[in-house]
Write a protein that binds this ligand. Sequence first.
Ligand SMILES: Cc1ncc(COP(=O)(O)O)c(C=O)c1O
Length: 466
Amino acid sequence: MNLTEPNCGLKYLPSTSSSQSKPRSPNQELLPLTAKVNSRDCLEIGGCDITTLVEKFGSPLYVLDEFTLRTACRQFRDAFKTYYPGESQVIYASKAWNCLAVCHIVSSEGLGLDVASGGELYTALKAGVSPEKIYLHGNNKSVGELSLAIENNCTIIVDNWLELKTLAQIGLDRPETGPISIMVRLTPGIECHTHEYIRTGHIDSKFGFDPNDMDEVFIFISKQPQLNLTGLHAHIGSQIFELQPHRDLGEVLAEWMKKAGDRGLKITELNVGCGLGIRYTETDDPPSIEEWVKTVSEGVVAACKSRQLPLPKLFSEPGRSLIGSSCVTAYTVGNRKTVPDIRTYVAIDGGMSDNPRPITYESLYRAVVANRMSDPLKEKVTIAGKHCESGDVLIKDYQLPETTPGDILVVMGTGAYNYSMASNYNRLPRSGAVLVSEGEANLILQRETYEDLLRQDLLPERLVID
Ligand SMILES: Cc1ncc(COP(=O)(O)O)c(C=O)c1O
């Protein structure tokens, strides 16, 4: 392969004529850590040839690299051990990708899980995650969701007054369950540079208690022995490349920890959320997991020290940075349309239903042609999905080698907020997912069938005309 002209424009891809190529160093690339180019000039991940995977499992196909995912789990866990002098617990924000296999892998690495609905909670429990390591989020939890968490001894991250009062009542109504473990989520009032839809820390946010309410919240909780408040939580947003807002969050949370103490509440846990960005394109330059953990740890330690507070158990909730880079999506190339003097569209067999991020947040992605990895870049094309929506474009005006129908296009960095935000728009069955590791590929999400699409459909008798 010509290193100056790899088909994705990524200069780090190994030049190789065999699958002996060296794995590349982390943080240098957009593909999962085990990516190689094999002797057939095809992309291999986890020792599995992507084109063979598509032949066997069809496309679109999410390909999740177990090694990359486990490596990220360990990086978070070990970095906290290195940089935070107190106790710590990393909990995976499972909204990024919640399914049995992912919950199981992450929890087997010692991580806890945050869940944002009854469905995510149910999946985590079925995956065997220890309930005491599960934290329930949500700005409008139902009584059913709260009850499921309470019955399983999970911790509830309380978001608002209605929920707090509901929990206080549930605690009174069901004394046999014992005190309900809660943390309180507050809006920290920290602005950061990310898309408006994934900002959560600014004051005008639907999440968490307004700072003006916090004193009253502490007074209320101090009078409810059926509620066991262990900690405070705040999250500033997602896909953030700056470190300073994360450091500032330590100050904000420590100050509230002190104020809770003034109201007689002993807070022993702080949860700083996450939001660390990842590389979707070659120009993205996020801090490393280590840098992020170091910053957060130092911020919390300094903030507690200056207020003479004991170090809390420190929780973090990475989603995207834990799983985003460990997955790619493989598509089959189909139709091509050239609009003279404007652009050429190359259509693939998925799109906004398996990856809604470009149409939702104008997110950028990069791709390679997996069956001809060393072909030179030849033309600028726009990779279009197959949905009835003009905005269903995955990558706009992007240099690729010449593609023909049947080629396998691999979009990188699709581990976070792709499957979990997938839909059946246009009644496309949801894509399957395989977990790859050391040459083995295991189906972890079955591709939906047309029958699956009809499973919940009902045709009222009176509409059926004989
Ligand atoms: C409360 C909370 N915690 C954690 C996360 C994970 O964020 P990220 O995937 O950016 O790490 C999110 C996502 O926005 C969130 O809302």
